[in-house]
Design a binder for this molecule. Structure first.
Ligand SMILES: [Fe+2]
Ligand SMILES: [Fe+2]
Length: 169
């Protein structure tokens, strides 16, 4: 039996919070910080892409207009997280610019996780069956396996309006 997709998303969020905390301890240890960050940046993209593939289409397709705008908002947040990781990618590892980009990503991600948990996961749970969420959970897991290490993902920003249009039409 697969896990409920909303639980799996929460588990990833918990892991993200812990990795950002680890980075706070590694300000003077660039080599270790680089390893932690590289893995974290990839997981942020795999997670966002997995949500865009298997969570937000169902969220946006629900009749309520609020859910479509919550989805648009979430994709915009994913783009802000992508901007942060891209900035870090272009900065010199260990430089102030690099740490600033990591902090920016942390802030964007924290803001997004809180909103996603409150505005997306909770309403979704109220409106859907456990069996359906488990079905999505299996697909979410499968996506993460297929795209482990970021394989096959573009890491590029998505236009939130076009995304909602594409998944609801
Ligand atoms: Fe998430
Ligand atoms: Fe998200």
């Amino acid at each position: 039996m697969s896990a409920d997709i909303t639980e799996m998303i929460l588990d990833d969020h918990d892991w993200f919070r812990r990795q950002f905390l680890r980075l706070a301890d590694l300000r003077e240890e660039t080599d270790e910080a680089e390893k932690v960050w590289d893995e974290l940046a990839i997981h942020l993209e795999v997670h966002a892409s997995a949500e865009e593939q298997h969570f937000y289409p169902s969220m946006a397709r629900r009749a309520d207009d609020d859910d479509a705008s919550a989805t648009e908002d979430a994709i915009g947040d994913h783009d802000e997280i992508r901007e942060g990781t891209e900035k870090a990618r272009q900065a010199k590892v260990g430089s102030q610019e690099w740490w600033d980009a990591i902090d920016e990503t942390d802030q964007a991600n924290n803001h997004h996780m809180a909103e996603e948990e409150r505005d997306d996961l909770a309403p979704f749970r109220k409106a859907t069956s456990l069996a359906f969420r488990q079905e999505l959970g299996a697909k979410f897991e499968q996506f993460k396996v297929e795209h482990a290490g970021g394989r096959g993902l573009s890491f590029e920003e998505k236009d939130p309006e076009k995304y909602v249009e594409a998944v609801t039409s």
